[in-house]
Every structure is written in C-alpha cells, then in structure tokens.
Design a protein around this ligand. Structure first.
Ligand SMILES: NC(=O)c1ccc[n+]([C@@H]2O[C@H](COP(=O)([O-])OP(=O)(O)OC[C@H]3O[C@@H](n4cnc5c(N)ncnc54)[C@H](O)[C@@H]3O)[C@@H](O)[C@H]2O)c1
Length: 341
C-alpha cells in the first residue's frame, strides 16, 4: 500500500511516517518545509531502515501535486500540511485560509482527478468551539472556534461532508486530535517549532535546556482544580498509531463512503501546573515560571470522549504522562537546537 503524506516532515507527520513504515506501508512525503526540516525524514529513514520518497512542494501547487499522483500509485492520502499557530492565525488570517482551506481544496481536486478516494484529515478538538460541553463527543455539532486557525479546520470538515454528499466514492476519516506532546522514544525526532514555541511542552523543554529564561503560564484564575487551563495531552506516538488504525479502519470497511470523525485523546484533562510538576519530576530540576494574564480565546478546560476510537479503531492512548515528559526531555536534551545540526 502506498500513502501520500502531506506535511510529513512536521512534528506529527514525521512520527506517523515512522509508524506507517513500521507497518509496511510505503510512504511519499509531500511538504514545502515551511515549518519543518528534511532532517526529520532522514532520521525516520535511519530509525526504520526504510526509504521515504520525499517531494518538496506546496499543496497549493496543483501541477506538482498532479505529477506526484502520476508518478506513484497512491492508495490513500493523510493530510497534515497546514499552518497551526492559533495566535498567528488572528494576525494573518488570509494566509491561514489560503494554506489550510484553499490548499486542502487543491489537494482534494487533484485526488479526484486521479481517482484517489481515501482521505485522512488532521482535524482538531478546536472544531467543537466554545459552545459544546466537555467531554467532547463526535455526535456534537461543529462549533464556532475563536481563531481563524480553528475556523479553517471547521471549514475543511464541512468541505469534506459536502464532497462526500456529491461523490459516493469519497471515503474520509477526520481525526480530531487533542493535545499531542512527547517524542519518539529514541529522542531522534520530536517537536521543533521555529521561533518562540506556541505550545506548552516545547516551551517548558526549552526553559529546561536553558534556551529560554522562564515559562509564562497564561492565567491561574480559571474555574479549574488549580486555576490553570486543563487539556487532554496524548503521546505523539499514540497519535501516530491512531493514523495507522484509521487506515486499517478504511481497509476493513470497503463498503464505507462518507466522512467519519474520531476523537484521538486520552479522555483526561491535565492542568498546566500539573504538566510543569510532572516535567520537573521527570528531569529532577525546577522550571522557573511566572503567571501572566489569560490569553484571549483560551478555553478553561477540554478533553475527549475517546470511546468511539477505542471501539471502532481498536485504538487507545496508552502511554503515561511520565513517558510523555521523559521522551520530550530525551529529544530536547539530545537536540537543544532541534534539527539544526
Ligand atoms: N500539534 C498540535 O497540537 C495539533 C493539534 C490538532 C491538530 N493539529 C494538526 O495536525 C497537523 C500537523 O501538525 P503538526 O503539529 O505536526 O505541525 P507542523 O507544523 O510540525 O507540521 C505541518 C507540516 O506541514 C507543512 N506544510 C504547511 N503548509 C504546507 C503547504 N502549503 N504545502 C506543503 N506542506 C505544508 C509544514 O512544513 C510542516 O512540515 C496540522 O494540520 C495541524 O493543524 C495539530
């Protein structure tokens, strides 16, 4: 089986490519490297002893994409390529809609031209918006996210639903990720954000390694157990295996057409203070922090009801919080400058 992985050089993409190769799936990565390094793919090849076909290109470039579909016999597409910084998306919304929404439409058009019908989409818990109560369940209506980034994910989910209504051959799985953290247990690949990290764990890890002075915790007056925000953190390798499970689900359901959404999370909310404590315990060192005002748009707490993925995909997020911390630290301490060698 051959799978095209857009954005496969990025954080979740590279871990998923590794899991796919370990499950004997051939992979073609298509990435413009706007937020990643080709080094991640080299390391995945070394870790697995398998070859990855790599094409540098933009998903908005339909001619280049089309050549890739002509060159390889692609059975399915896993679509990670997107811009993903929530704050930045409010500053440059048009770039987010262009990249995440228009880019996805280009990809779907090229898939349609080449009669490739299997699609796995990187969606997000953010599609539940502010109006749904926790824990989030797939039967809830799509919400109204507060950021253009979140809105771009809702738009793509709507586009997939409309496409499925118009094309009875189209088979899509929308994976709604909660908060992936951690790194492959080798410490050879991990999250390597360009510039100042937007996510909590890379920030904590960069403070621990001495790259940044202290962590800023946004708000300690939320209506949660300890006043900080709570999120459903899951290990990136569990998330990677969720994609293998989704591909397997599509293969086990040859008569399925339409779009099926699955939450990928642990089902537990963990606070920012609890994450800092767990990280300190894992590395046996204090993390200096200061509390700053709340950020606009941050919800107090959300976590998944992941029963549907547990039952139908035979998938579970098994790795512990401790492992998420030790694997993050192994990656960060072995690669203080990320993939820059
Ligand atoms: N990391 C999270 O917390 C999280 C949570 C929910 C959903 N997601 C989604 O998962 C996907 C992967 O996220 P990630 O954390 O691995 O991000 P990432 O930035 O590490 O990976 C995205 C990859 O896509 C590539 N890319 C971006 N725009 C492109 C384009 N126009 N053409 C080709 N390649 C392009 C980037 O170079 C990068 O390699 C994204 O769609 C993101 O929105 C991430």
């Amino acid at each position: 089986m051959q799978v095209l992985v857009t954005g496969g050089a990025g954080y979740i993409g590279s871990h998923t490519v590794l899991s796919l190769l370990e499950n004997n799936v051939d992979v073609i990565v298509y990435d413009n490297l706007v937020n990643s390094s080709i080094e991640s793919i080299d390391r995945v090849e070394k870790l697995t002893g398998k070859k990855v076909e790599f094409v540098e290109g933009d998903i908005c470039d339909k001619e280049k994409l089309s050549r890739v579909f002509k060159q390889f016999s692609i059975d399915a597409v896993i679509h990670f390529a997107a811009l993903k910084a929530v704050g930045e998306s409010a500053e440059i919304p048009l770039s987010y809609y262009q990249n995440n929404v228009h880019g996805t439409v280009c990809l779907l058009e090229v898939m349609q031209q080449h009669k490739v019908h299997n699609f796995i989409f990187s969606s997000s818990a953010t599609v539940y918006g502010e109006e749904n109560n926790v824990p989030y369940v797939e039967t809830m209506k799509l919400g109204t996210p507060s950021s253009p980034y979140g809105a771009s994910k809702v738009m793509v989910e709507r586009i997939l639903a409309d496409l499925a209504l118009s094309d009875s051959k189209f088979r899509a799985v929308s994976l709604r990720y909660f908060n992936p953290i951690g790194a492959h247990e080798s410490g050879a690949i991990g999250e390597d954000p360009k510039g100042i990290p937007n996510n909590l764990l890379p920030y904590v890890a960069q403070v621990a390694v001495g790259k940044r002075d202290k962590l800023r915790i946004f708000g300690d007056d939320y209506p949660t157990k300890d006043g900080s925000c709570e999120r459903d953190y899951l290990h990136v390798m569990d998330l990677a295996q969720g994609h293998v499970a989704a591909l397997d689900w599509l293969n086990r359901h040859p008569d399925f057409s339409g779009v099926e959404a699955f939450n990928l999370g642990t089902g537990n909310g963990v606070s920012v203070f609890a994450i800092v404590k767990a990280f300190e315990q894992a590395i046996n060192k204090k993390i200096p922090f200061e509390v700053s005002p709340r950020r606009v748009g941050d919800l107090p707490a959300f976590w998944a009801n992941a029963s549907k993925a547990n039952k139908e995909l035979n998938w579970q997020a098994n790795r512990s919080l401790e492992q998420m911390m030790t694997d993050t630290w192994r990656w960060q301490s072995k690669n203080p400058n990320g993939f820059l060698i």
